[in-house]
Design a protein around this ligand. Structure first.
Ligand SMILES: Nc1ncnc2c1ncn2[C@@H]1O[C@H](COP(=O)(O)OP(=O)(O)OP(=O)(O)O)[C@@H](O)[C@H]1O
Length: 848
């Protein structure tokens, strides 16, 4: 979806120049932020902090965009060719085809854009801001991003989206992804330094500035808002849609389109050459050749695709509270055969409670919890994290007030790829300081002075706790003289013990996993946690893992055929595994909610996030689940299959029918002394067929289609349309052979207009048959009402039968057909229907 900004490009963020203090002064703010009254006044003056200009493109612009579609472009070229040889009738029918498809498509896209814009609004988030009542003390509170104003002081932590353009006041270990603005894929470090960057860096390269649209990868910061709304860099960059590679859907549609376009471009010269060689005809065949090429074009494809997807997305939002941010993602959801999920916060609630605190021998030891809490309290204070993570919160809840009797010196929190957090403290009045390290058992033990045997024993102790389903953190400490230069060194620590946590399974997770398995989707769990904890969590949810691996194992990247747990994944591991699965030919969905899932969400064909996921994850996802109810994924997958089932039906029917007609027309053109149809007749027949095909957007596919992943696989498609296109062509020619032999006299088929009318009627009737019989996954045995496709096919048949004798038919040089023709046609079509059903059953047996 391209977008335009409604406002002029903003000026350079001049107010961000200078030291932190100068910037605060210029913005008439201070380290404590704004008062409520001042913030309200500024909001009135500056307007809301929303990316303004996702202006809906104007109608002419939308229609023009339709012309860029390859099929439309080819049709326009063919219209030009017809005009060049003064075949005005052909040219104008082609142009009306183009106009109808552009208008229908623009209407569909307009509706889809409008509802998607409304839905995107529902998932915009909040920011942590320091504000105070007049005369009161400042308080950090969550404020909707739209209400931020220049001068607001905000806090940023891992996973936060930078909500406006800001100048850093303080930062610790801060790195941000600013790929949405610069295209860089790695996070860049940022710092609150007062020294400006070198001039060639440009504003985006300045370490002390962060920009709206970037996301915090690691660390934390306090910053003052410099620009909001239309004046941010993000608004200026016209980059609302993030750049990303082709999705499974794009690849399939491109694959099919390009094969067809080559066919279409080859058709006119082929027809011309064959007619010249066999019949000695010259350029007068050109309009017919062009009409035949037009006959091959699935010009309604963009319309059907947009309508199917937009309808599916609207129904999902209404009934299951699932928001599809990017329409093609709905198709990809239908094609997903592997879903990777993270564990914490997705399969489990991420509301851990401390279960036990153990000393190294495995006995309960309250001291371990005490030191873990001191570590946690100081890490939070010193790293200025806006909010503790769930494990830290659980420790503080369990231990009560601790920590203030020490002095914090330094802290490095854990973050994506760093599974330990370190705090350095100074004891009251002593020259001795304490280094505390807390985190994943393997990572903490690596830093401890323990013998290999003791290490194994401690790992086994942790594995026992993890195997019982607990999350486990280890704690290690070291006492060091404060003056020592290596004070703060994370090596040579003493192992102090373990803290274990219960994290209950998410209530809907078990049912969701069952549904997904039933839908033929293999689920892999990619987690940063301990393998035993993850394996146990899966079993508790009824998902028996076929394999449990470590991401660092040589083959850790290759989940097997069954459900696999890959544990101790870094964010990069998750993305690498997803990319590996895609490269192996799977269509991969990723469901995750944390900052450690962002890379994988982007790497997947479809990124799925719960609505309460962190900002950057929500931004990276294509599909947002309304709440924690994971069963919505099952509904979303089914909705995706529904939409792609209809698109696939349309393509199968259109392409095999068009290909059959073209082949039959080529052959008949060579056998007959006249053209089998006039160009205008070919095009009108095409127009009627196109109109009827719109019914596919409203169809309900057979239950069988919804039971397994539905990808549009170009190879399978081309095979299908070749088989059934050839069958269709044979049927067309056979009809005429039978009719030519059976009918004699003045009305017989050697009369040009009788032939044209008979061919026209036969064509529309076979197309109606094909519409009903070749729908995806729908066997004849399924007794259901006619549905939209059945009704449209009936209408098409009626037009085929009734048009020739009408004045419109006469204008198209058609005539009334004799009664025996209709009787014979009925018999031949009956045989054709039987042949189609038999061929389809055989085809499906061979290509299940
Ligand atoms: N606050 C913390 N203090 C110390 N260590 C932590 C903290 N939070 C997480 N860890 C360690 O880092 C590991 C990885 O955490 P990460 O957030 O990558 O994944 P996770 O939450 O365990 O699982 P998932 O990937 O399923 O969300 C944790 O298993 C834990 O050992």
């Amino acid at each position: 979806m391209a977008s335009d900004t409604a406002h002029p490009a903003p000026a350079e963020p001049a107010s961000a120049d200078g030291t932190a203090l100068q910037v605060l002064r210029r913005l008439d703010s201070g380290p404590r932020g704004l008062t409520d009254t001042e913030a309200a006044a500024r909001l009135a003056a500056h307007g809301e902090n929303t990316v303004p200009g996702v202006r809906t493109p104007s109608w002419p612009r939308r229609c023009l965009r339709g012309v860029r579609d390859p099929f439309t472009a080819v049709l326009l070229c063919l219209a030009l060719v017809s005009a060049a040889v003064a075949s005005w009738g052909t040219a104008s029918v082609i142009l009306s085809l183009v106009a109808v498809s552009c208008v229908l498509r623009a209407t569909g896209e307009h509706r889809a854009d409008r509802s998607i814009a409304a839905l995107r609004g529902l998932v915009s988030g909040t920011a942590t801001v320091l504000r105070r009542a007049d005369g009161g003390a400042e308080r950090a509170r969550e404020v909707p991003v739209a209400e931020l104003v220049p001068g607001d002081v905000i806090r940023l932590g891992p996973g936060d989206l930078v909500p406006a353009d800001v100048r850093l006041l303080r930062a610790r270990g801060l790195t941000v992804h600013q790929g949405a603005l610069t295209g860089e894929s790695v996070p860049v470090p940022k710092a609150a330094a007062d020294v400006p960057g070198t001039p060639h860096d440009g504003p985006l390269g300045q370490a002390h500035l962060c920009f709206q649209g970037s996301g915090v990868a690691t660390g934390s910061a306090t910053a003052v808002v410099v620009e909001t709304g239309a004046r941010t860099r993000f608004a200026a960059a016209h980059r609302v849609a993030r750049p990303r590679g082709d999705s499974a859907f794009d690849r399939s549609v491109h694959g099919i389109s390009w094969v067809l376009i080559r066919f279409m471009l080859l058709t006119p010269p082929l027809v011309l050459m064959a007619n010249a060689a066999v019949r000695g005809r010259g350029l007068e065949t050109l309009p017919f050749a062009v009409a035949v090429a037009v006959g091959l074009t699935p010009e309604m494809l963009p319309v059907i695709v947009t309508t199917c997807l937009a309808r599916g997305a609207a129904l999902l939002a209404r009934h299951h509270d699932v928001i599809v941010k990017r329409l093609p993602a709905l198709h990809d959801l239908g094609a997903v055969d592997v879903l990777c999920v993270d564990k914490t916060g997705t399969l489990t609630q991420d509301r851990p409670v401390v279960a036990r605190a153990l000393d190294p021998s495995g006995r309960d030891d309250p001291d371990v919890l005490h030191w873990a809490a001191v570590h946690t309290w100081w890490t939070l204070q010193l790293a200025e994290l806006p909010a503790p993570d769930a494990l830290d919160e659980a420790i503080l809840d369990a231990a009560g007030a601790v920590g203030e009797e020490y002095d914090g010196v330094a802290a490095v929190p854990c973050g994506p790829g760093r599974r330990i957090a370190t705090a350095v403290l100074r004891g009251p009045g002593l020259g001795i300081g304490t280094v505390l390290v807390k985190g994943a058992v393997e990572d903490v033990l690596e830093r401890c002075a323990v013998s290999p045997g003791e290490r194994e024993r401690l790992l086994a102790l942790a594995a026992r706790e993890a195997g019982a389903g607990s999350r486990v953190l280890a704690l290690a400490t070291a006492e060091r003289p404060v003056r020592d230069r290596s004070y703060g060194d994370e090596r040579g620590l003493a192992f102090r013990g373990l803290v274990t946590f219960h994290d209950a399974p998410a209530p809907s997770a078990a049912e969701a996993l069952r549904t997904l398995t039933g839908l033929g989707v293999t689920v892999h769990v990619l987690t940063g946690d301990h393998p035993a904890t993850a394996a146990r969590a899966c079993r508790d949810l009824g998902l028996e893992p076929a394999a449990v691996r470590l991401a660092s194992d040589a083959d850790g990247a290759v989940p097997g055929a069954g459900p696999t747990v890959v544990a101790r994944c870094t964010p990069e591991d998750k993305a690498r595994i997803v990319a590996g699965l895609r490269a192996a030919g799977h269509t991969v969905g990723f469901l995750g909610d944390g900052v450690n899932d962002v890379a994988a969400l982007r790497a997947a064909d479809v990124g799925i996030v719960p609505r309460d996921a962190v900002g950057v994850a929500r931004e990276a996802g294509d599909v947002v689940l309304g709440d924690k109810d994971l069963t919505a994924i099952g509904h979303a997958v089914v909705a995706g299959r529904h939409s792609s089932g209809n698109i696939a039906s349309y393509l199968r029917v259109t392409l095999s029918s068009n290909l059959g007609n073209v082949l039959a027309m080529l052959a008949a053109g060579l056998l007959l002394p006249f053209l089998p149809m006039l160009p205008a007749q070919v095009l009108v027949q095409n127009l009627c067929f196109d109109g009827a095909q719109l019914a596919f957007a409203l169809d309900r596919p057979a239950p069988a289609v919804l039971r397994r992943p539905t990808g549009l696989r170009p190879r399978a498609f081309l095979r299908f349309i070749t088989v059934f296109g050839a069958l269709n062509a044979v049927a067309d020619l056979a009809t005429f052979a039978v009719l030519a032999i059976a009918l004699h006299g003045p009305d017989a088929l050697d009369d040009e207009s009788v032939f044209h009318s008979a061919w026209f009627t036969e064509n529309l009737l076979t197309q109606a048959l094909v519409m009903v019989l070749l729908r995806t996954g729908r066997g004849l045995a399924e007794k259901r009402g006619p549905g939209p496709v059945g009704k449209a096919a009936a209408a098409l048949a009626v037009i085929g039968l009734l048009l020739p004798p009408t004045p419109v038919g006469a204008a198209l040089h058609m005539t009334v057909l004799p009664v025996p023709y209709h009787l014979l046609l009925g018999a031949v079509l009956g045989l054709y229907a039987l042949a189609l059903v038999a061929a389809r059953a055989r085809y499906e047996r061979r290509h299940p």
